[in-house]
Design a protein around this ligand. Structure first.
Ligand SMILES: [Zn+2]
Length: 190
């Protein structure tokens, strides 16, 4: 019985995570990635969500997820909010400090990691109304920071705040906290 109880609990957690992701307007492929649920099951959950809430204005995102790190450097506001999200990822343990900067501490498909990602995003949304960064971009930011081939984190020497580094362009964004311009002496990593 214990095995079936555990399975029930896992299914329940998976279902709860899927509903949370639907509320964040995550794409079907993202929900599948984090919950392991089939597309058909996700569609049914989405329909039941819309019917229950009588909401028809929730956009359904299909197709490819965002894959452009340049998005986070488009404006000082976006950079500031992205740096805050990165701080939340570090605080919640989705990313960890490493000699190379930061490294992944999340596991794709693990419900615990999916829940932490939702928690980070919900905290970010609470801080910024309206939020400029969608859930899909927030998940992309986490993924890209863990890979650090396109985007990385650096710490501002003046205020110790986090700033993003555009690895492809070979430059740091001006500090979103104190406005310090990017400097050659900037310390890498966290
Ligand atoms: Zn600064």
């Amino acid at each position: 019985m214990r095995v079936s109880d555990d399975r029930y609990t896992r299914d329940r957690l998976r279902f709860d995570l899927a509903m949370r992701l639907i509320r964040h307007e995550a794409r079907t492929c993202t929900i599948r990635l984090w919950t392991g649920l089939s597309d058909d099951r996700i569609r049914k959950l989405y329909r039941s969500y819309v019917e229950e809430r009588a909401r028809t204005d929730l956009p359904r995102h299909r197709g490819k997820s965002p894959r452009q790190t340049a998005f986070f450097f488009r404006s000082p506001d976006l950079h500031f909010e992205a740096a805050q999200l990165a701080s939340l990822y570090l605080l919640l343990g989705l990313l960890g400090a490493s000699p190379a900067g930061v490294e992944s501490r999340y596991r794709i498909g693990a419900i615990e990691s999916g829940v932490l990602l939702c928690r980070a995003y919900e905290t970010y949304v609470d801080l910024h109304e309206p939020a400029r960064i969608s859930f899909e971009h927030a998940w992309f930011l986490l993924w890209a920071l863990a890979r650090h081939t396109e985007i990385a984190l650096a710490r501002c020497e003046r205020c110790e705040g986090l700033r993003l580094r555009d690895v492809l362009a070979g430059r740091d964004a001006p500090c979103a906290v104190c406005g310090a311009p990017s400097a050659p002496g900037l310390r890498r990593g966290c």
